[in-house]
Write a protein that binds this ligand. Structure first.
Ligand SMILES: *[C@@H]1O[C@H](CO)[C@@H](O)[C@H](O)[C@H]1NC(C)=O
Ligand SMILES: *[C@@H]1O[C@H](CO)[C@@H](O)[C@H](O)[C@H]1NC(C)=O
Length: 113
């Protein structure tokens, strides 16, 4: 009886740890940012024109352009989880601006995807 409950407890803990880490390892958050560049073009900083004078880009937390579907260092599984090297980290728009100082990026709006 004692052994059974110990095994059950251990199994429960394993499941909790597994679910917790799987959730922590998902890198699905991306941000769609609308901005202007004072000197240069949208594509100089990885964006695309959304009008003659405004640009949009989808970024990861470290301010780099989203490549593929998720924001892991390396590839993730189908659900955006268990990405190689974990998730990219940073301060989103702030890092994006700091990556391209000479273009004087001004953020107009941004939204979570
Ligand atoms: C948007 O595209 C046009 C050409 O289609 C270009 O002349 C203009 O500089 C672009 N705007 C920006 C901010 O990149
Ligand atoms: C960002 O969102 C706008 C509309 O909200 C859309 O037109 C644009 O294509 C998106 N940009 C990117 C890079 O996904």
């Amino acid at each position: 009886m004692k052994n059974t409950s110990t095994i059950l407890l251990a199994a429960t803990l394993c499941v909790l740890v597994f679910v917790g880490s799987a959730r922590a390892d998902c890198c699905r958050r991306t941000k769609n940012v609308s901005f202007t560049v004072e000197s240069g073009r949208c594509k100089d900083v990885g964006g695309v024109n959304s009008s003659i004078s405004t640009c949009t880009i989808t970024i990861c937390a470290d301010g780099t352009r989203l490549i593929g579907s998720y924001c892991g260092h390396y590839s993730c599984n189908l659900f955006g989880c268990n990405c190689g090297g974990g998730c990219l980290k940073g301060k989103w728009e702030k890092n994006f601006i700091e990556r391209h100082p000479k273009y004087k990026i001004r953020i107009l709006s941004s939204k979570w995807n």
